[in-house]
Design a protein. Structure first.
Lengths: 247, 398
């Protein structure tokens, strides 16, 4: 489970002064559910997810992830999180097997267990063909599959996806979406950030619309449709976030 | 701090680095090749240039001497140089290296020589130019002969023996072993080379493991793991240190091999360029360079981490190379002696103490002071690296 309570993050910029990237963000995601964080570029999605993954420390407020506090127990939070983003790349000079095994070791798994899990993940994600090839030669789809295996090696209870389909072709993006659904089916708590409206419609049980670092609305797709009187997700988003958000 | 996690990060980084051609180049290839290539190139090119300059018969212009036919005839007959007649603009001709020197015979030289009152002979030359220097040497040797013959003739005329002007000879005898002689001759260059390789061996991995990772997007992947940041930075630090030490170790190995080959008579010209060095002195240099390698590794890691791309990191680290080489170059200057104040100046202290150790001088108080102070600087640099690794504005700079 994820529970964010008044999460706030400010950055200091020499030119722009103090920037509130995330402000008073509160939401809750239950196991077996996908929470979609929808927002334009620069809305604060990535900062919010980095706070949950303990890559950044909140300026105020806190969150619990899989029962652990992000401020007090960051290492235990990370041990229970799988974080997949466009900014989380692979080591080009390592093979897919070496990469996945490395993260298994970093998560404290014994070698025998790692080998067994890699075998299982390779079966599930169809990695066998390129498992022992260096990642630098991979296609985008191969890279994405390897990244997914990397996030799953320690079988985390919580999955955090930050625009995971950005820059992917249709087939690779579809396999990511399928994988996110499988995570939900396995009972994992999933938070999924995107600015692609169609993905939100397809995937998310609850949608949070974020703009200027603030959560402007949170509901199911049906709830948001009822609230705005719009059917199309893009129209819903424009209604809530205002035209500036999508400009 | 978790030793197992540090070892895991170190193992991965080392494997990753060993698959990178640029790291291999700075860590293994350059240190292995730089000493033999440098020594062979310098000795071969140097000896060839010297031999070719020596073989040339210098062209020397004769100025004056119309009333000294004996001396002029002897000069023209000498096989040591080729005399050409006076021409206008001889100073420019020397500067342009058209002639190597000019010799000015004063008026009445022959007559004055017989009476023991000749005016001085003036040699015009190009200072610092090798071939002009050889010409000057030959002319001086010629006139030394002329002087000695004049003195001998004068002594004989008075019934005195020629040995009267040289009643005794002075001979030199070296008592220092060849290793110490070698240490004195190139003792300053060895630490220069080692410090340079220690630095260059650490530069590329430091950039690749920090700014390079940020640029490629793998830093964030790594930070998502439950491993503490101090473990990550130490794993990376030990990789950079390994590369630096590897560069030093291989350069010393290649230096030893080059010396052994030269000692065995393979490449005889090398012997002059790389005299034998005291193995104990070399071991001392290696021990003293260890904390400097730690200092470089931590410092380079910290600075490179502040950059958001490899290119930016290179921009930061290139000037640092000059900062490092400046104290080493100062240490090479004659007359700079190690004292308690200089013993606290990082890198310069190492350069000076290594020069002493290779010459067989062991000032244990300075050695302890230098080792201790460098360890302290290295500790501060490492603490700084860990601190920087915990700063969000450094890790997620965009």
């Amino acid at each position: 489970m994820i529970e964010a309570r008044s999460l706030t993050k400010t950055f200091r910029d020499k030119k722009r002064g103090e920037i509130r990237a995330v402000e008073d963000l509160s939401f809750r995601v239950e196991p077996g559910r996908i929470y979609g964080l929808l927002g334009a570029n620069g809305a604060g999605k990535t900062t919010a997810l980095r706070l949950l993954a303990t890559l950044l420390q909140p300026t105020s407020g806190t969150a619990t992830v899989a029962g652990f506090d992000v401020v007090a127990e960051p290492a235990r939070v990370r041990a229970n999180v799988g974080f997949l983003a466009t900014s989380t790349a692979l080591y080009g000079r390592l093979t897919a097997r070496e990469t996945i095994a490395y993260f298994g070791r970093l998560n404290g798994l014994p070698d025998a267990e790692i080998a067994a899990r890699i075998q299982r993940l390779a079966d599930e994600l169809d990695l066998h063909e390129f498992l022992d090839r260096r990642c630098e030669k991979f296609s985008t789809g191969m890279k994405q599959k390897t990244s997914i295996a990397r996030t799953l090696i320690h079988d985390p209870a919580v999955m955090i996806f930050d625009e995971p389909t950005l820059g992917l072709d249709v087939m690779a993006a579809r396999s990511v979406v399928r994988f996110v659904r499988e995570c939900r089916a396995r009972g994992k708590t999933v938070i999924y950030s995107t600015h692609v409206m169609s993905e939100v419609e397809k995937l998310c049980d609850t949608i949070g619309i974020i703009h200027g670092g603030r959560l402007l609305a949170e509901d199911t797709l049906a709830g948001l449709r009822a609230r705005t009187g719009e059917q199309d997700m893009e129209e819903i988003f424009v209604r809530i976030a205002g035209t500036e958000a999508v400009a | 701090m978790n030793g197992k996690n540090i070892a895991t990060v170190y193992g991965k980084e080392l494997r990753d680095s060993l698959r990178d051609r640029r790291t291999l180049l700075s860590m293994i290839i350059i240190p292995l090749l730089v000493v033999p290539v440098l020594v062979y190139a310098v000795s071969r090119i140097g000896s060839r240039a010297y031999a070719s300059a020596r073989e040339e018969i210098p062209v020397v212009m004769l100025l004056g001497g119309a009333d000294s036919p004996r001396t002029v005839a002897a000069l023209r007959q000498s096989p040591r140089f080729r005399i050409v007649s006076e021409a206008a603009g001889y100073r420019q001709l020397i500067s342009d290296k058209k002639i190597r020197a000019a010799v000015q015979i004063p008026p009445g030289f022959d007559a004055g020589l017989g009476a023991g009152a000749a005016r001085p002979v003036v040699i015009l030359h190009y200072q610092g130019e090798l071939k002009s220097g050889f010409a000057v040497g030959e002319i001086e040797a010629f006139f030394r002969d002329v002087r000695e013959k004049a003195v001998t003739a004068s002594l004989a005329a008075h019934g005195l023996p020629a040995s009267l002007v040289t009643p005794f000879a002075v001979q030199r005898e070296n008592v220092a072993p060849p290793e110490k002689v070698g240490g004195n001759a190139i003792g300053g260059l060895v630490p220069y080379l080692i410090i340079m390789l220690c630095f260059t061996g650490a530069v590329y991995p430091a950039i690749d493991l920090t700014a390079g990772e940020k640029e490629r997007g793998t830093m964030e992947t790594l930070l998502c793991s439950p491993v503490a940041r101090v473990d990550i930075v130490l794993g990376k630090f030990f990789t950079v240190l390994t590369s630096s030490l590897c560069a030093i170790g291989l350069s010393l190995l290649s230096m030893a091999l080059t010396m052994a080959l030269a000692g065995a008579g393979i490449g005889a010209t090398v012997r002059g360029a790389l005299p034998p060095l005291d193995p104990l002195g070399l071991a001392g240099v290696l021990a003293m360079v260890l904390p400097v390698a730690v200092l470089f590794s931590a410092l380079l890691l910290t600075i490179a981490l502040c950059a958001k791309s490899s290119k930016e990191a290179q921009t930061y680290l290139t000037p640092l190379a000059f900062v490092v080489l400046l104290p080493v170059a100062v240490g090479l200057l004659p007359g700079i002696e190690l004292n308690s104040r200089l013993a606290l100046v990082p890198i310069l202290n190492l350069s000076l103490v290594c020069k002493e150790m290779l010459s067989g001088v062991w000032h244990w108080n300075y050695i302890a002071l230098i080792f201790g102070s460098t360890c302290a600087y290295a500790g501060v640099a490492l603490a700084l690296a860990v601190r920087m690794f915990n700063r969000e504005d450094v890790l997620f700079r965009s």
